[in-house]
Write a protein that binds this ligand. Sequence first.
Ligand code: E4P
Length: 218
Amino acid sequence: MKFFVDTANIDEIRELADTGLLDGVTTNPSLIAKTGLNFLDVVAEICAVVEGPVSAEVAAMDFETMLAEGRKLAGIADNIAVKVPLTRDGLKACKVLSQAGTMVNVTLCFSVNQAILAAKAGASFISPFVGRLDDIAADGMNLIAEIMEVYANYPDFKTEVLVASVRSPMHIVEAAKMGAHVATVPPGVLWAMFNHPLTDKGLAAFMADWEKTGQSIL
Ligand code: E4P
């Protein structure tokens, strides 16, 4: 399972990349706005820090402009995944960009039908938003299960399921059980995955006992 971090904050990205466990980054216009920085500069900086796919989202709504923006974003670095919304124009742009060899992440997916269309359009990633479905009392993880089931029926679909809008470590456990390819996770949730109170308690006891031996390994 691959982990992407869902932020445009370069310090948070560097800290996570340092663990050696980070496979990519996703950004969106809201995350870029939070940084207060220039979009193209931020994305270029992220691409220099992380080797894996870095999603950068187009801002246009129409096919022609999306395509032009997508091509410009793809020119920033080889590891850019152009993010397009799941609209008619977005999928048209996805098809053209994918055929030209650019990675495309189709975002704002809320149904199995949409995921099927994205796969047919050649998307590298489909991003179903589980947290936002949970927010309206729908079952976000059930959508992941259904998309995984449908994609498995069509081995020619090469699209990876990128679980997005993750809100808790439990979403990650469920996604992993379903075999989802990627989860994009807010930094706080990724760090929370490391924690268990019994690890802390056990380590404190081992360290106290080691101290009693008076020994040192080095
Ligand atoms: C995915 O690429 C999106 O940026 C993200 O996961 C959206 O998450 P949110 O619903 O917490 O804003």
